[in-house]
Design a protein. Structure first.
Length: 181
């Protein structure tokens, strides 16, 4: 029979409180973004930056933030997106923050990576059944921004600025990663 003392109960409660605080307090939510947004508010820019890094995280290759993807998406919203798409993306980022506050008591950018990933996975599943959906459009912009950036094109993909001879029907095992050019 397990006997729980008052000291053990308080230690367990303190540990649980510490873990939940850690899950929320990863990033200061009120810190301004490291770049100046053109189309987004500061809160939307922070949510976008956190989402982009969860969509394409840094591994042995640079992540979306290092590749400048949030700035690319902001610039696309300001200059390229149709007004209804721009509005959907901005409203989606606002909703992402509102959902994070409702479920976890903090804005999306302040959540721990596993909580962010869980929220984005839910949005991804939802975006497969309902179009147009802000998250599907955001993923497309993040992917395009990443693989057209210098780090994405030269470090994540294989890069050859001057391709050699054309050789058709090459085995996939000989090619490896996809090519940027």
């Amino acid at each position: 029979m397990l006997r729980l003392t008052r000291r053990d109960a308080f230690l367990g409660l303190a540990a649980a409180s510490g873990w939940s605080a850690l899950a929320v307090a990863q990033t200061p939510a009120s810190a301004p973004p490291a770049w100046t947004p053109r189309a987004l508010t500061a809160a939307q820019a922070r949510a976008l930056t956190a989402a982009a890094e969860r969509i394409i995280p840094a591994t042995d290759t640079p992540g979306a933030v290092e590749a400048g993807v949030p700035q690319y998406v902001d610039r696309a919203i300001a200059t390229w997106c149709a007004p209804d798409q721009a509005q959907r993306l901005k409203a989606g980022l606002d909703q992402l923050d509102a959902d994070a506050r409702s479920a976890h008591g903090a804005p999306f950018a302040a959540l721990a990576a596993p909580l962010q990933t869980g929220m984005l996975s839910t949005l991804d599943a939802e975006s497969r059944t309902r179009r147009p959906h802000f998250f599907a459009e955001l993923k497309e912009l993040v992917t395009a921004g990443y693989f057209t950036s210098e780090p994405g094109a030269t470090r994540a993909l294989r890069y050859d600025p001057v391709p050699g001879d054309y050789r058709g029907c090459v085995p996939l095992s000989e090619i490896g990663r996809a090519w940027a050019t």
